[in-house]
Design a binder for this molecule. Structure first.
Ligand code: FES
Length: 141
């Protein structure tokens, strides 16, 4: 019961932070064509995610461990993708996309779209997760 109260209070505080900061998660980036594999890696089908056709495009999904992950197109090369764990490197709050950056609703750290820390209190970049790219999919993990 105590945990339910705490979760609820936290959800309310995060919601207020989002409203206060003007952060509205970009709903257009939810990935489709995502498949969690038995080994815990995740396949993202490129043809189902047109946002990844342009540099700076992002899709977001939850991996098998329940972590929020972003897949970012970082360049024009066919293999230019980066996967990011969206847990803030300060205290672990999930960052949200705001324009071309990631913003933490907890203490307002900011990260570039490729995960590089821009404004503290976070001191480390968002965690990069290995990717393997083929013509049809990106395997994350
Ligand atoms: S948890 Fe993200 S800035 Fe503190």
């Amino acid at each position: 019961m105590e945990n339910q109260k705490e979760v609820s209070r936290r959800a309310v505080l995060c919601g207020l932070a989002v409203l206060t900061l003007g952060l509205v998660p970009d709903k257009a980036i939810a990935a489709t064509g995502v498949r969690v594999l038995a080994n815990g890696k995740v396949d993202v089908t490129l043809s189902r995610n047109p946002a990844l056709r342009k540099v700076g495009g992002v899709v977001q999904f939850t991996n098998g461990a329940g972590q929020e992950i972003a897949l970012v197109r970082t360049g024009k090369a066919a293999n230019a993708y980066r996967a990011l764990n969206l847990s803030c490197t300060h205290e672990g709050q999930t960052v949200v996309k705001s324009g071309s950056k990631w913003v933490c609703p907890e203490h307002r750290a900011e990260f570039g779209i490729n995960g590089d820390v821009k404004i503290g209190p976070a001191k480390r970049n968002l965690e990069s997760i290995p990717v393997r790219v083929t013509k049809t999919k990106v395997t994350v993990g």
